[in-house]
Design a protein around this ligand. Structure first.
Ligand code: ATP
Length: 254
């Protein structure tokens, strides 16, 4: 049951693309901190569900979202919710690093400047803090004026994480954040995520089961738009309750 120990609760979520149902009765709860991995074969609904968590589908015509979404106990889908504010508090990092063609500094400061006039000193502090938290400060501190597009893929992705962190979110949604990176850069990004898990609620869609096993405490397995099983990551991988989960984690399909 949902209660105050959870920062975000979602109950009985159904989602339809032009009338075609893509999510079926999903109920999942997220605590204030820690990493939850959403795993499952291609097309199982992981990204669709993730995008519902910061109302990204509002931007797409013909998508209908049903169910109860409470963030800090408040209905996230109420008409009076300020979407810019919601997306600052529930930030999203995408598969491809998404730096703007500006300096590293401006990339991170971007979200902070939205709708606010922030004193330069505060901005400098916030940019440094976010880059430190994202684990990329030491690599970029002497070249903050450099175009962020000149960084490596892994660095760009950590700058993307910093940009989201700068707005002081409670939740980071990560949609396959390392799938476009080489294995070494992926591990560096994973290490940065691990450093964040005590302070933030992270929800990560990943195809990479080793990654889910390495970094998450909780794993939810999706198949055909349904939540098959959710539990401690160890149990999902080593001792799943459902045969479908067992078959997926042992590589029989997917
Ligand atoms: N914009 C869209 N319009 C219509 N159908 C969509 C749209 N996005 C996703 N779908 C459908 O919804 C279902 C779930 O897709 P989704 O991308 O959420 O799965 P996924 O598990 O994240 O897959 P992948 O791992 O390949 O990204 C699929 O059948 C997909 O074809």
């Amino acid at each position: 049951m949902a209660d105050e120990k959870y920062l975000l609760t979602t109950e009985n979520v159904n989602l339809f693309y032009s009338g075609k149902q893509a999510l079926f009765d999903i109920s999942l709860y997220f605590p204030k901190n820690g990493i939850t991995a959403l795993i499952g074969p291609s097309g199982s609904g992981k990204s669709t569900y993730l995008r519902a968590l910061n109302r990204m589908h509002d931007l797409t015509p013909n998508v209908k979202v049903e169910g109860k979404f409470l963030f800090h106990g408040v209905d996230m889908y109420a008409d009076n919710v300020d979407l810019v504010d919601l997306r600052k508090r529930i930030g999203m990092v995408f598969q491809q690093p998404t730096p703007f063609p500006f300096s590293i500094y401006e990339n991170v400061a971007f979200g902070l400047r939205l709708g606010h006039k922030v004193p330069k000193h505060d901005l400098n502090e916030a940019v440094e803090k976010a880059l430190r938290q994202a684990g990329v400060w030491e690599e970029v501190k002497d070249r903050l004026d450099m175009n962020a597009l000149g960084l490596s893929g892994g660095q760009q992705q950590r700058v993307s994480v910093a940009r989201v962190l700068a707005t002081k979110p409670d939740i980071l949604l990560l949609d396959e954040p390392t799938s476009a990176l080489d294995p070494i850069s992926s591990r560096v990004v994973e290490d940065s995520l691990l450093d964040l898990r005590d302070e933030y609620c992270l929800i990560i869609v990943t195809h990479n089961m080793q990654q889910a096993a390495r970094i998450s405490q909780t794993t939810a397995f999706f198949n055909d738009g349904r939540l098959v099983e959710v539990g401690k990551t160890r149990d999902i991988f080593l001792n799943p309750k459902e045969k479908e989960t067992q078959d997926y984690v042992s590589g029989k399909f997917g």
